[in-house]
Ligand binder design. Structure first.
Ligand code: HEM
Length: 393
């Protein structure tokens, strides 16, 4: 049996949590997890100017929950709910059990757990505050085949950790908190490589085998500060941002029929290392002007990277997606895709123009189809005496 040092039970408050959740046995010795500095004992601070789970190096596992508020829930009730959720998220992320934790032992392995909350249009409408102009469903794109089952929602909870058991436990605890306020609209789960499988800093691969995430805003950079955290209107969003989640199927069975050259030209990068077709290393800058001996662009006009890149440096987003892989149905051998997730200060100014260009031309559209879409405002972080959403309500 383990007792948690720094938890509510020990009455020591948050000060004892310093990056590694320290667990002690009843005999006073350190638990094996803390003693050998396992990844499972690592924690990400919950309180801060910004919510965690955005700049955080992506964890291996994620669950996204979207909830619909009950009709009777007003601003005061949203506030009560967010206080409860914040309290439990703050505990669980530090390796401490939730308030009414039915399996407290499962909380002892935080594994870099983060919990990030997002507000949909329906939640903001219950308050007296204005919503940002972009907080609404995205405009319709011709590639869309959207299903209600994966779209919309009043409250988003992103629960991510390096360990699926940790994610499952946190998910259950947080969902219990929402029971009298909201009902579950959808759940989406995703994954990346397990921690330790690759060198830290390796760009993820998606299920097409592509290196995915090379050209991205860098957390901590001035660009990131402006293009992700730069949401200053309305005032309650200062320190926050927006999240777009698109569930995009990737037709692996059809992709199977394409040869390697075709696969590489669809994106404009090599499969081996993710280098642009005009270079040799992943980090090489693509040369969009380069042509072949017979005059065609080396990086084709229809390629994903050419179409996704804007000449306007303000039209950039931070991508932090995950793979999904569900049981196949109806004779297919795959039901896979990408939980495309991007963060940006302004959805209309940054995400929409990129998606519009990809809608008009992108060879990848032959194999990918958006089937879910949701937009959320991500409020700022809070202090230990506040709660997520305290600038709104
Ligand atoms: C780049 C795959 C959807 C925006 C890339 C790259 C790959 C890729 C392999 C090149 C490596 C990199 O820089 O990350 C995919 C797949 C998708 C998908 C498989 C769907 C299943 C989207 C969507 C958007 C988007 C929906 C935005 C609306 C971008 C951007 C880049 C990029 C901005 C960087 C372009 C640059 O070089 O400047 N994507 N992508 N992608 N993608 Fe996607």
């Amino acid at each position: 049996r383990h007792l948690l040092l720094g938890g509510a039970a020990a009455g020591l408050g948050a000060a004892a949590s310093v990056g590694v959740a320290a667990a002690v046995t009843q005999t006073g010795g350190q638990s094996p997890a803390a003693a050998v500095d396992l990844n499972g004992s690592r924690t990400v601070p919950f309180f801060g100017v910004h919510q965690a789970g955005i700049e955080t190096v992506p964890q291996a596992q994620v669950t996204y929950l979207a909830l619909d508020l009950h009709d009777s829930v007003d601003a005061a009730a949203v506030k009560r709910m967010m206080r409860i959720l914040t309290g439990d998220a703050a505990q669980l992320t530090q390796g401490e059990s939730a308030l009414a934790d039915s399996e407290p032992e499962l909380a002892l392995v935080p594994a870099r757990l983060t919990v990030t909350f997002g507000f949909g249009p329906g939640l903001v409408a219950r308050t007296a505050q204005p919503a940002p102009g972009w907080l609404r469903p995205l405009p319709a794109f011709t590639v869309d085949r959207l299903e209600d089952a994966w779209s919309g929602g009043d409250l988003l909870i992103q629960i991510a950790a390096d360990d699926q058991l940790t994610v499952a436990h946190a998910t259950r605890m947080l969902l219990k908190d929402t029971r009298s306020f909201a009902s579950l609209r959808w759940t989406q789960t995703g994954f990346r490589r397990a921690p330790g499988s690759e060198k830290p800093g390796t760009t993820m691969r998606n299920l097409f085998g592509q290196v995915d995430g090379t050209v991205n805003l860098m957390p901590g950079s001035a660009d990131f500060e402006k293009l992700v955290w730069g949401s200053s209107s309305p005032a309650w969003l200062a320190g926050g941002t927006s999240l777009v989640l698109r569930r995009i199927t990737m037709d692996l069975d059809k992709w199977d029929k394409l040869d390697r050259g075709g696969r590489e030209s669809a994106v404009g990068r090599t499969l081996a290392v993710g280098a642009p077709l005009t270079g040799t290393k992943e980090s090489d800058e693509p040369d969009f002007a380069a042509t072949t001996a017979i005059g065609f662009p080396v990086i084709p006009e229809y390629s994903h990277i050419r179409r996704a890149r804007s000449e306007d440096p303000g039209e950039r987003i931070f991508r932090r997606g995950y793979n999904y892989d569900e049981p196949p149905a109806g004779g297919s051998v795959s039901n896979s895709g990408l939980l495309f997730v991007s963060f940006q200060a302004d959805v209309d100014a940054q995400f929409v123009p990129i998606q519009k260009r990809l809608d008009a031309l992108d060879l990848l559209n032959e194999w990918i189809t958006p089937i879910g879409s949701a937009v959320f405002a991500i409020p700022p972080g809070c202090t230990s005496s506040g709660y997520i959403g305290d600038t709104l309500i």
